[in-house]
Design a protein around this ligand. Structure first.
Ligand SMILES: [Zn+2]
Length: 258
């Protein structure tokens, strides 16, 4: 079962015919896709798409660290209230997390991101929803923030390694979101992944950011490219990778994947 654990199909340029792309992907065997949400305006667009494709599009709503960085605490509080109201409509909370890529971030900026991530983790725990974490240049802060939430399930999205970090998230029982970014990174160059067959899920994180899909390839081609890469590394068939993907997601709390 080909399933995309994380994409942003709603976030395409207006010139892109989303319906045509979804129809083509369904024809090519895609069974469904989860969309990561970053702020309320985007949640609205996701909801509309989900209404058109109720058993195909599954929503994640979250307050992304970039959204946190751009807004003051009052605005973020409003967003958080909306998130609570919309919880019943989502498969998971996310994307949320920590992003310290920008140089010159102050301690206050970091503290603010950690605060809003923590609130979303608490909400995931109390609502028993999985979480989708975005993490860039924030490993130690993320591990520290996760510390009190051992029962939290979900995905560390956009995984790129490295090895020592892998172990930290393995201990937490979170899935590694494997996609085009992983294929390009150093960690992927070793013979065998540092994670096991029960610890990953496959994501396109696209499909319409052009740099992430080689020319002439489709959404499903892109997902299959990642699945084939893992199949070769684990020395199993591509269809085994896809069934493992669904099983891993189910275990991580995405129980709509029957
Ligand atoms: Zn994303």
């Amino acid at each position: 079962m080909i399933f995309d654990a994380h994409c942003h199909i709603n976030d395409s340029p207006e010139s892109v015919n989303i319906d045509a792309i979804i129809q083509a992907a369904i024809k090519a065997g895609l069974r469904g896709a989860m969309i990561g949400g970053v702020e309320p305006a985007e949640w609205q667009r996701q909801k509309h798409l989900q209404q058109s494709y109720p058993n195909f599009i599954f929503c994640n709503f979250g307050i992304h660290p970039w959204t946190v960085a751009k807004n003051d605490d009052d605005t973020l509080s409003d967003m958080f209230s909306k998130l609570k109201l919309d919880l019943s409509k989502v498969a998971a909370l996310g994307e949320c997390g920590l992003d310290f890529y920008e140089k010159g971030q102050s301690i206050e900026d970091e503290t603010k991101q950690i605060k809003w991530l923590t609130l979303q983790m608490q909400l995931a725990m109390s609502s028993k929803k999985p979480i989708v974490l975005h993490k860039v240049k924030a490993h130690s802060q993320m591990i520290k923030a996760l510390e009190p939430y051992n029962a939290l399930r979900g995905i560390v999205h956009g995984w790129t390694g490295p090895e020592d970090h892998t172990q930290d998230y393995q201990k937490k029982g979170l899935l590694f979101g494997i996609g085009p970014r992983y294929l390009k990174c150093k960690a992927a160059r070793s013979d065998k992944p540092k994670f096991s067959l029960s610890e990953f899920c496959i994501e396109s994180d696209g499909p319409f950011k052009k740099h992430e899909i080689p020319d002439g390839q489709t959404w499903v081609d892109d997902l299959n490219r990642t699945a084939q890469f893992l199949a070769d590394q684990f020395q199993v068939s591509r269809s085994q990778i896809w069934s493992q993907n669904a099983e891993n997601l189910r275990k991580a709390g995405f129980d709509f994947l029957v």
